[in-house]
Design a protein around this ligand. Sequence first.
Ligand code: GLU
Length: 508
Amino acid sequence: MSEKPLDPVRLRVAPSPTGDPHVGTAYMSLFDLAFARQQGGSFVLRIEDTDRARLQHDSERQIFDTLHWLGLTWDEGPDIGGRYAPYRQSERLATYQPYVDRLLAEGKAYHCWCSAERLTAMREHQQKLKQPTGYDRMCLGKTQEERAALPGYTEHAVVRMQIPDDVDTHFDDLIMGHIDAPRPDDQVILKADGFPTYHLAVVVDDHEMGITHVVRGQEWISSTPKHLLLYTWLGLTPPKFAHMPLLRDEKKAKISKRKSPWARLTWFRERGYLPEALVNFLALQGYPPILEADGTEREVFTFEEFSRGFDWHKVNPAGSIFNLDKLNWLNGIYIRALAGDELASRLLPYLEAAEVLSGSPSLGELGRLQALAPLVQTRIEVLSDAVLLIAPFYVGDDQLEISEQARATLDPGAPAVLDAALRALGDLDDHGSGSGLLGTDSPWNAGAVEAALRSALVDGLGLKPRVAFGAVRVAISGAKVSPPLFESIEILGKTSTLARLRALRDSL
Ligand code: GLU
């Protein structure tokens, strides 16, 4: 059996499973994947779970689920394995230790026994004196016994890098160009619990996994000199770096899960953004619209188009503001581009979650949904908006609730309107209707319903259409807004329509 040839490029996303996945994980994955696919390379998912205190058990599964939902699928990862397995850092502890031992033996790193209390007091003291904060090297050059004789000692040592005075803080970035980052402190690389810190693990794993391009947020720029120093010390070739513009809110602050619900990836799915719309939107956060041959710009594009023309030089280092109105606009465009049946199947999980439909809907219920989907298509921004519009079609006629706001729109003429509507529709033949589907050749159809109601209410009672049809809408949907009225009545069928008109009439 021949070995798989080496990938031309290998990229990875390395989320930490510390809660609901951050939208930044999808953003990084998207840019990783666009480049990996364009180059015929691989995209790796690595779980960085060395921070045991912040670990949340459900988080890893949510990372898998949300990235799958977005179609940002990986070639190697903890769930599917791969030639560099394992892909969870907690399962790779034995990999890191030899690197630490080597750095200690070569005098590049040293043990530090300072207690947390001492480090806090040291930092506070430095801040008070307005000095740069950083480890004061109390432990450097001391044996454990020598150190134990001094205050602020703990038995559990960490290992720190000994950053040389002339550390090189310059590096080239694919997006930002030449960077001069701040001078690093004596970074901890191995914690007292025996786990490596991010800084050591990321370098070791990116090397061991053959990563060629590290794509991550600009918040990591200040860490890069430490990482480059580790590569140099260990005699390894560093990958290329692409530090991505941060996702920022309207106040230009980095979006955080604490402040913005939309920092959580699950939020987009719960609200009913289409994955392809969110992918398009995330691409636009760091990338310009597609330039057409005629010079016009196009903001709506697919992942494949994005990937095909992808170029690191085009990534905007300043990024753009995370504008939900823009996402809503894009989502609307994607929703309206769906075929009716496709929209119906995308709506189904939202209706099930809201218990409008059960987990195993009947054929009749599904048929009704297929008829309703095109009717709500232009009226929703996110899929969950459809729940309120569609719910009235799945409740029993005697269960329909009339909302307070809807009832408030009824004027004193409403009883007469409802009486006239009852008569007009009562006279309409419904032979052959009842499939719940639009477009049957039954006399009970939207056109006939409209003609009957217009003649009875607008011509007969001399009412303005808004007033006349408003009361009928409230009766059949319980709400002020509904899918188009005459189609709704066709879908509901004669028996339900009359029962609902009668129920509202009787309650007035
Ligand atoms: N675990 C880091 C994070 O969640 C990864 C940073 C990197 O990509 O190097 O942000």
